[in-house]
Design a protein around this ligand. Sequence first.
Ligand SMILES: [Zn+2]
Length: 300
Amino acid sequence: MIQTVRGIITKEELGITMSHEHLLLDLRPVRHDEVSIIDDLELVSGELKPAIEMGCRSVIEVTTVDMGRNPEGLRELSKRTGINIITSTGFYLKDYHSDWLQKAPVKQLEDFFVKEITVGIDGTNIKAGAIGEVASSEKIYPSEQKVLTAAARASKRTNAAVFTHCDMGLLGLEQIDLMLGQGMAPDKLVIGHTDLTADADYQTEILRAGVNLAFDTVGKNNYLSDETRAEVLMRLLEAGWEDHLLLSEDVSKQTYLINYGGRGYTAVLGYFVPLLCAKGVGEVQIRKMLVENPARILDR
Ligand SMILES: [Zn+2]
């Protein structure tokens, strides 16, 4: 089963899925700018519409508690648009960590994650269907280490998938060592943002650990062109890693939205997938990255 903000669905119902996304968030307390908030349900519904028309059926929404997560807003968005939304439990980079988190022992964080997955979030009946995006900065700070450890242990208890944030795509191997060291299942772990490195050798080493890898910054051409991103991804596909790759856009501020001149939630289906197809990537491989892999990883 897969837990969405509107209840349980089967893995066959998931369909085309963006695997690391933000629909509602507020990063202004740390970023101190005016573009790092997305909170307008009407606007986001409109942004989702073209993606849905292109076939998108589900979004894994990895906004953590401390990124301005809004489960009731997500439920309302799901009602308005019909899209499946999987919300997450988790904490982000150390700069976002509260005093409570800084002081909490690992066990308390682990129990908090398990409660949000099995009982509900903030007294609502909305349950988290995944853990994420748990993060590391340019190094793994002590509070980040606690969160990653707790996430791995909570995954072991609930079978929930864990989605990570690797700052600038780095420290994926260190995250893996730490989290698999806690005994979580490798196939439940999705290492995020390593597409920013354009380093297929590094990514191959990550995949050899048995975990999954998300090309989840598609459309962020200011960091890395989709052309290069596609070439690196094709190296991994040619090496046979198609069962462990996922795609997404990680829309994290207003300027990525269509209303502000970006590609929003259509960067994968409207631009990147056509680019891959033009380069000769087959339908079966595309389907695995968009449908089968996220369904298998989320299912518990
Ligand atoms: Zn993200």
